[in-house]
Ligand binder design. Structure first.
Ligand SMILES: Cc1cc2nc3c(=O)[nH]c(=O)nc-3n(C[C@H](O)[C@H](O)[C@H](O)COP(=O)(O)OP(=O)(O)OC[C@H]3O[C@@H](n4cnc5c(N)ncnc54)[C@H](O)[C@@H]3O)c2cc1C
Length: 440
């Protein structure tokens, strides 16, 4: 067997590093502090409803190339609802339905066609869209340094209608934040990726739970190949003379290997080191600010007839609501509220019950089909640190995978991938560490 690598953290970044390192012939051990694999992508059995629920509905995108490749490497044939085109339904308060359908093979043309036929847009709105072409065709990235997405939309003279009916829902879906909290450069990186090839900008909704999609395949892949250690918390990474000497484990064990990959989230990184060694090696680091995601699961006595098939992959965007996206499953409705602590002034004083009542009311207003249907159970789940807030000037927080500790590499959705806090960001970071180790 080849050289040894110890990976700290079993989220998608750690999983990706483990698979790519193993494929390159390394002897890999992964240490995960909790009793489950998957990190921020997991599903749980809820005894009260008898349902398996995700910690929050995840949407993937056509441009998630590293994610799809990782699934292939783990021999997983995923159940993904992915269309050739971007096809989304939006709903308004009065139940009015708006369809955005970008048909065709040429990315820019099909999106343009989607906008042309999008009911809420006026001629003026559509005319302003021409400015977008300028952004894709000219290398715009330098001009965006330190600027917010809200600045960029104003600069491109995007109208209030365009913001409300397209850019804001899109920002929440990809960045879990409204435009005033989004770094324009980060947004530009995603836009460029989304226009790379015809299917790149399509939305992808998993047809199975997050555990079935990512965690079970990884555990199967690991059998006989990767040393998987659950409930194994790394207390400290011990560094001497710019080299990791070993890992002090919470249970008293001491682990040594040739290489080490940290794949913990941004809020756990600093505490892996002593104060002195952290200052010596990551002195400029500034911890990112988190943003939460709140999921409300409504279990109706019965779904309205034919409802699940009505919307594209059972998904609809909410215009001007408390929530932003709704997903219809066979037995329940999953409603997503993105980063309410940054977007809803009264949020901090709200109880879970108030939130559930508001969401229930909203669903009945936006989808009149539910007006007379009773919800037998309503469940609330909040991930307080679901993503990092993608604000400008995050450079000191998004550190590189390689550092001045020669055998230590850093992965995680928060590292310097140029991507927002996403599944693809996490997978890309893990792969990057594996490539750096293989090439070192
Ligand atoms: C509700 C919700 C909805 C989301 N929606 C989307 C979406 O629609 N699309 C999308 O692309 N992304 C979405 N995301 C973001 C995506 O899930 C994350 O970006 C990604 O899963 C992060 O993976 P990671 O491996 O970097 O970190 P994590 O998943 O946080 O994994 C880190 C792991 O390290 C472990 N760990 C920490 N400290 C230690 C230690 N000392 N020793 C050992 N192990 C340790 C943790 O227990 C954890 O398992 C969503 C996230 C949430 C929470």
């Amino acid at each position: 067997m080849g050289k040894t690598v110890s990976i700290i953290g079993g989220g998608l970044a750690g999983i990706s590093a483990a698979v790519y390192l193993r494929e390159s012939g390394y002897d890999v051990r992964l240490f995960e502090s909790t009793s489950k694999i998957g990190g921020r992508t997991f599903s749980y059995y809820d005894a009260e409803t008898g349902l398996t629920l995700d910690n929050g509905q995840h949407i993937l995108a056509g441009w998630y190339e590293n994610t799809f490749e990782l699934l292939e490497k783990m021999n997983k044939t995923p159940d993904l609802n992915m269309s050739q085109n971007l096809h989304v339904f939006f709903k308004e308060k009065n139940g009015n339905e708006l369809e955005f359908f970008a048909k065709g093979d040429e990315p820019f043309l099909s999106i343009a066609k989607g906008f042309m036929n999008y009911p809420p847009l006026t001629y003026k709105d559509k005319f302003k869209l021409l400015r977008l072409r300028e952004m894709i065709e000219i290398d715009f990235s330098e001009r965006l340094k330190g600027k917010k997405l809200s600045w960029l939309l104003d600069y491109l003279k995007q109208t209030d209608n365009l913001k409300k009916y397209f850019w804001e829902p899109f920002a929440f879906a990809v960045f879990n934040a409204p435009p005033e909290y989004i770094d324009a450069e980060l947004f530009y990186n995603v836009l460029v990726k989304a226009f790379e090839y015809p299917t790149a900008f399509s939305l992808v909704v998993p047809g199975e739970s997050l555990s079935e999609l990512f965690c079970v395949p990884f555990v199967k892949y690991s059998e006989g190949k990767i040393g998987l250690n659950l409930s194994s918390k790394v207390e400290q990474i011990e560094i001497e003379a710019n080299q990791v000497k070993g890992l002090k484990m919470e249970n008293g064990d001491y682990i040594t290997s040739d290489y080490y990959v940290s794949a913990v989230p941004f809020y756990n990184f600093e505490r892996l080191f002593t104060e002195d060694s952290f200052t010596a090696h990551f002195g400029n680091y500034k911890e990112l600010k988190p943003a939460s995601i709140l999921s409300v699961f409504l279990v109706p006595e019965k779904m309205p007839d034919g409802f699940n098939n009505k919307y594209y992959f059972g998904m609809a965007g909410i215009i001007d609501g408390f929530s932003q996206w709704v997903f219809f499953k066979d037995e329940y409705v999953s409603v997503i509220v993105s980063a309410p602590e940054y977007t809803i002034a009264e949020y901090e004083g709200m109880t879970k019950e108030t939130v559930c009542e508001m969401v229930e009311k909203e669903i009945r207003n936006y989808f009149p089909e539910f007006k007379n249907i009773k919800f037998k159970k309503i469940k609330y789940f909040r991930e307080k640190r679901a993503t990092f807030l993608p604000v400008t000037n995050n450079a000191a927080s998004r550190i590189d995978s390689a550092c001045n500790v020669s055998n230590l590499f850093i992965a995680g959705d928060w590292t310097n991938t140029g991507l927002p806090s996403t599944v693809e960001g996490a997978v890309t970071s893990g792969r990057k560490c594996a490539e750096l180790i293989s090439g070192s």
